[in-house]
Design a protein around this ligand. Structure first.
Ligand SMILES: [Zn+2]
Length: 202
């Protein structure tokens, strides 16, 4: 099941973050700057994004500082990769770290060191990133309300594959996620069967 390894409290915080983001006028594709500001408000921590010119080893990492975090992203990564990395690091902040202390520290049983990363923790943070970039509820809303999405008609006219493929393609553009990744996220979130029934009923 999706986000299975996430405890109720963290799950609630992820949802609180999304509520705050959309309440403050956030849209799609997710506006990373506003998302980070919302996270900062939610956790009462200072959070800064830094483009890392030097690192070629990793796509990104988080470094705790007094009352907050610095998130480093690869300077030359694609825009989508940067957004995904930030989503993943938000996962670490909410799930891996105890951010209520002056100096945030990784919770001992969830530690994911840079040298030997904790694979389970890394997978959880990937899932959190997917959830933040395309929340299940919003995907359902779009699929249910598909007729009202502007320009869908044109996409259907141009369709080369089956109609549901055109729907997925349009949605992936709305969410700003490359199609194969988008399909992977929503398959993980819904399961294939549920997804197909949603697509076919839309
Ligand atoms: Zn990680």
């Amino acid at each position: 099941m999706f986000l299975q390894g996430v405890d109720t409290e963290t799950r609630q915080q992820i949802d609180n973050l999304l509520v705050l983001y959309y309440k403050r006028g956030g849209g799609l594709p997710v506006d990373i700057e506003l998302l980070i500001k919302s996270l900062s408000r939610l956790t009462d921590n200072y959070i800064e994004i830094i483009e890392d010119f030097w690192s070629t080893r990793k796509k990104g990492y988080t470094s705790p500082v007094r009352w907050g975090f610095r998130i480093y992203v690869g300077y030359s990564d694609s825009l989508f990769q940067k957004r995904f990395t930030i989503g993943h690091e938000i996962g670490h902040i909410l799930h891996t770290y105890d951010y209520t202390e002056e100096m945030p520290t990784q919770r001992p049983w969830r530690r994911s060191p840079m040298i030997f990363p904790n694979r389970e923790e890394e997978c959880i943070c990937d899932e959190i990133a997917g959830y933040i970039l395309c929340p299940q509820e919003l995907v359902i809303k779009f699929l249910e309300d598909f007729q009202n999405i502007p320009c869908q008609l044109e996409l259907f006219r141009k369709r080369q594959g089956p109609p549901f493929h055109a729907k997925l393609k349009l949605l992936s553009e709305i969410f700003g996620i490359p199609l194969p990744k988008f399909c992977w996220y929503i398959k993980r979130q819904f399961g294939e069967e549920k997804l197909l029934s949603l697509i076919n009923s839309a």
